[in-house]
Design a binder for this molecule. Structure first.
Ligand code: FDA
Length: 393
């Protein structure tokens, strides 16, 4: 015998749980399914275990999508302040770390607990460890074929996330359902991901593994200023993760190290004041020691400043603020925090997240072609899109 609900939500992550609790509060009979054995696994590991649950500056400009206007409606109707109000109601302590990024003081598990409490209060039924083999539309609604039998629902919400971190159960489920219903999916690729280098450059930069420096990383017109980290696989750190979402295979990125330091003026003044100083000594006042050493060796300027022309010092400074690198690739979905691309927003109603051509079928969260910057934006999209669908289903 099939079990019957008003709405079946597939995927008990951030977006699915928000959607279920909002619709449950509206009195809808809700079933939330997940193939995992615990809900909100990505919430649990997010933000280094403290969940960067939103960003107070979140707005449409912080998202990538083929249609930059699509996210506006949902983001406007469920703002960071709305999520903060829920967090406060549950007595969860939080703090702003940097750049508007809000984290739990204690643990990301507090956020999962909050969502579960809200769902319980809203009468949502949560069923874990369920595999869904088919989503079919028939007379009067949808039929789900699952390992716990057939489920019928007037509406179905797909909240199964993207492809990132397959080890944690990420699947291409949402894209498959979209294909089954003949809905377009834009090209998907890993985002917020470390970039790799070709073997020659990697070997050259090997001594820098572990070095972190304030940097502005540029790709075309887009630039991010945050920490850059050299690793034994290539480049990482927030600035690199941010730019990785814009970077394409074959493109160059430009690194400006310690952008506030006028290295040309610094080196020329130091030369005038005390020409016997080594270049490395002066650079190391503003750059990590190993980085200063690398630069000096690269330019073969392991000498006192007095031995170098102003032109040579200017060339060195120009390198530090315009180091062009062509990454070989990215670390891929194995470590990517998000999946760029996804369900084509042209297929969805931006107010409700419902597929325009398949009434009753909704897509929310990361599986949609809306991807946020690093810094709490992706959860804000998950909350906002889940909320939009929850108000409509
Ligand atoms: P999400 O992936 O959270 O949930 C999807 C759910 O669907 C999962 O529970 C999964 O088990 C289930 N599912 C998948 N396939 C299924 C199938 N076939 N059948 C049934 N169920 C299925 N963002 C941010 O804003 N701040 C942060 O601090 C971080 N930190 C962070 C760290 C790491 C390591 C990663 C990988 C990612 C982040 N993110 C982040 C990104 C953030 O986690 C992500 O954008 C959201 O979790 C997306 O929410 P969704 O609900 O859309 O998918």
């Amino acid at each position: 015998m099939a079990r019957i609900f008003d709405v079946a939500v597939i995927g008990a992550g951030a977006a699915g749980m928000m959607c279920a609790l909002v619709a449950g509060k509206r009195g809808r009979r809700m079933l939330l399914l997940d193939h995992a054995h615990a809900p909100g696994e990505k919430i649990r590991i997010s933000g280094g275990g403290r969940c960067n649950f939103t960003n107070i500056h979140a707005g449409p400009k912080n998202f990538l999508s083929a249609n930059p206007h699509f996210a506006k409606s949902a983001l406007a109707r469920f703002a960071p302040t709305d999520f903060i109000a829920m967090v406060d109601r549950h007595g969860i302590a939080w703090h702003e770390k940097t750049l508007g990024q809000l984290f739990c003081d204690d643990s990301a598990k507090d956020i999962i607990r909050m969502l579960l409490d809200e769902m319980r209060a809203a009468g949502v039924e949560l069923q874990l460890g369920v595999e869904i083999s088919a989503v079919e539309k028939g007379e009067g609604g949808f039929r789900l074929q699952t390992t716990v039998g057939e489920i019928r629902a007037a509406s179905v919400v797909i909240a199964t996330g993207g492809k990132s971190i397959p080890k944690m159960g990420a699947t291409g489920f949402a894209y498959r359902v979209a294909a089954d219903f003949d809905l377009k999916v834009t090209e998907t690729r890993p985002g917020l991901v470390p970039l790799t280098l070709d073997p020659a450059l990697l070997a050259e930069l090997a001594p820098l593994a572990g070095v972190s420096v304030d940097a502005e990383i540029r790709h075309g017109k887009t630039a991010f200023r945050e920490a850059l980290l050299f690793t034994h696989r290539g480049l990482s750190g927030p600035a690199i993760l941010q730019i990785s979402s814009y970077w394409r295979e074959g493109d160059e990125i430009t690194l400006s190290l310690e952008p506030d330091v006028d290295f040309a003026a610094l080196l020329k003044t130091a030369k005038r004041e005390n020409g016997r100083q080594a270049v490395q000594t002066v650079l190391a006042r503003h750059l990590p020691k190993r980085l200063a050493q690398y630069v000096v060796e690269r330019f073969a300027v392991d000498r006192p400043l007095a031995d170098l022309s102003d032109k040579a010092l200017e060339a060195l400074a120009a390198f530090l603020h315009g180091w062009a690198i062509k990454p070989a690739g990215s670390e891929g979905y194995r470590t990517a925090e998000v999946t760029l691309g996804g369900i084509d927003t042209a297929e969805l109603d931006s107010k409700t997240m419902m597929a325009k051509r398949v009434p009753g079928l909704y897509f929310v969260g990361e599986c949609v072609d809306v991807t946020g910057w690093l810094g709490g934006y992706n959860f804000q999209w998950a909350w906002a899109s889940g909320h939009a669908a929850g108000e409509s289903v």
